[in-house]
Design a protein. Structure first.
Length: 562
């Protein structure tokens, strides 16, 4: 028996104002009273009260088992047949074994239109919760394509928003595993409102906690804007795609015939649009690489990047670097060789490898500490700056600054790419993005000029003048307004008819300016270093900058030239 006291809110059973009843009743009698008082909300009281504890526990486990099946075994098998993992399988691969804690397992949608009230699967098409990656906290949501095609509903969005809010409060990254057909049409504007709620949290979390989107299936229409506002997007080749309007709409409106893969597949977004930062061959590779990537990042902007044990000595020298730069100044070399020989154990996680290949961005560790790399690549377009490379590097630099990751800049840049295409497309504004990004950063910045550093591009690439903390140059560095040949043709235009004189003038210019010592004389270069000692010098420079502090102007926010 249970002794109860019920205070009815407005009228008593017999019409009197607020009455209080005290009586004894069984559990089943208590359920009957609740069912009469709350006739429209009895679904939570469906259990036959009075059953044994074991029966209750068995029922809970049965419900959990049903929830884990998502849209059912047939749809799971169909997902596997496509070479794709299920939402829960993906989470199991992403987080440490046994670390995942799921939230809102039993949430169901509230839609009653189009017969939806007869199909209310638990979880509503998304699995949410938290876990750890190598022992560090992360929050994760994984859309379940087996439930209504992973479409977003009002409650689906609320589940995502809940873990994003928790991530902000607790200072941990948010990783979204996207596999969704878009907004749930049956819910109309409620699903659109759900997307907007997620978008708002993307903006609030920007620069506060790292946000990573892994596209593992379709992502179309309004669904693409949440990943677009996250810090990094990874895709899976041949099974994931992103576009605002699909191939059918494109054909109707523009008469263009294009496949989903051509329009918004992984290759398109990693090599042409720069929407995605990397693409992987399968779900398994994408998730294991995401685990590796998270290790480079701090949990939030309140923390410094993690420090991992390293067997690589900080004083290691690489004699092969003394011959990395060719004697012929017009001959290319691979800047990635320098990066590999500087980094701890040669480990380098490259970002946007397939896009704007004349610029290299990514993460390494030095003495176990994360460092962002920005480097010109002489193998592509001679390493010059253009619109794409400037945008690529600017965004990367701003991310590093937001999350306290020091930046190492490796410079071999002959200037900005000339041409009408670049000018008409706004190279002035886009180049200014990189200049602005470097100038506004407050994290430690070390720069090494290996060969060419000409004109405005010298200024832009983290020069001393825009806030470089420690600026080194190799003896092979050439720091000047422009190359010797172009400068000579301008300075001695009247002598162009005499090849011998021009050759002599060019040689004279090279001897005077094609070296790092003029800049070193003026203090613009802190030291001219031996190439083989680069790792030791860079590691020591960053160690000296660990406690760097910068006072920023009092303002609401800056206005980068977007």
């Amino acid at each position: 028996m249970l002794r109860c006291e019920i205070l009815l809110p407005d009228k008593g059973f017999f019409g009197h104002e607020r009455e209080c009843y005290r009586f004894s009743l069984t559990f089943s009698g208590f359920y009957t009273i609740l069912a009469r008082v709350f006739p429209h909300n009895t679904s939570v009281f469906q259990r036959p009260w009075g059953g044994s504890m074991q029966a209750i526990l068995d029922e809970l486990e049965a419900k959990r088992k049903q929830a884990r099946l998502g849209g059912g075994q047939a749809r799971i098998d169909k997902q596997h047949a496509k070479g794709k993992l299920t939402a829960r399988e993906r989470i199991e691969l992403l987080v440490d074994e046994g670390s995942f804690e799921e939230y809102d397992t039993f949430v169901a949608h509230r839609c009653t239109d189009f017969g939806m009230e007869n199909d209310r699967p638990m979880g509503d098409g998304v699995v949410t919760g938290w876990g750890t990656v190598n022992g560090r906290l992360i929050y994760v949501f994984s859309q379940d394509f087996t439930v209504f095609g992973g479409s977003l509903s009002e409650t689906h969005a609320q589940k995502i928003c809940k873990i994003m809010d928790m991530a902000l409060r607790n200072g941990a990254p948010v990783i979204g595993l996207n596999d969704s057909g878009g907004a749930r049409i049956q819910e109309g504007v409620a699903s659109l409102a759900g997307y907007a709620d997620v978008f708002l949290r993307n903006v609030k979390a920007s620069g506060v906690v790292p946000q990573i989107s892994v596209i593992m299936g379709p992502c179309a229409g309004g669904a693409v804007y949440s990943p677009a506002m996250t810090d990094f997007i990874f895709m899976v080749e041949d099974s994931s795609y992103m576009f605002v309007t699909g191939p059918d709409v494109v054909k109707t409106v523009t008469n263009e015939v294009v496949t989903a893969e051509e329009l918004g597949g992984a290759r398109t977004h990693t090599s042409k649009s720069s929407v995605a930062d990397a693409a992987f061959a399968s779900d398994v590779e994408a998730l294991t690489q995401t685990r590796r990537f998270v290790d480079f990042l701090p949990l939030s902007a309140r923390e410094k990047p993690p420090v991992r044990p390293s067997n690589d000595t900080a004083t290691r020298i690489e004699m092969s670097l003394d011959t990395l730069v060719p004697a012929n100044p017009n001959m290319p070399y691979d800047m990635k060789e320098l990066i590999a020989k500087i980094a701890d154990e040669g480990d380098f996680f490259e970002i946007q490898e397939a896009y704007a290949k004349n610029m290299i961005t990514g993460f390494v560790r030095l003495e176990g500490k994360s460092v962002g790399i920005v480097a010109n690549q002489p193998m592509v377009l001679a390493g010059c700056l253009d619109i794409d490379s400037s945008r690529k590097a600017a965004r990367f630099v701003r991310f590093c600054d937001a999350f306290n990751i020091p930046i190492l800049t490796l410079v071999d840049v002959p200037g900005f790419l000339p041409g009408t295409s670049q000018e008409y497309s706004g190279i002035i504004k886009h180049g200014a993005k990189l200049l602005f990004a470097f100038a506004e950063t407050t994290v430690p910045k070390v720069t090494v000029i290996t060969r060419k550093a000409y004109g405005g591009a010298y200024d832009v690439m983290s020069s001393k003048h825009i806030g470089g903390d420690v600026n080194y140059a190799w003896p092979t560095a050439e720091i000047a307004v422009m190359g010797a040949k172009g400068a000579t043709e301008i300075l001695y235009r009247s002598e162009l008819d005499d090849p011998d004189k021009i050759a002599a003038r060019t040689k004279e210019y090279e001897n005077r300016f094609a070296n790092p010592f003029v800049a070193a004389e003026k203090g613009f270069i802190d030291e001219v270093i031996m190439p083989h000692s680069t790792r030791r010098r860079v590691v020591r420079a960053f160690s000296s900058l660990e406690n760097k502090m910068v006072d920023k102007p009092n303002r609401k926010h800056d206005n980068i030239p977007l």
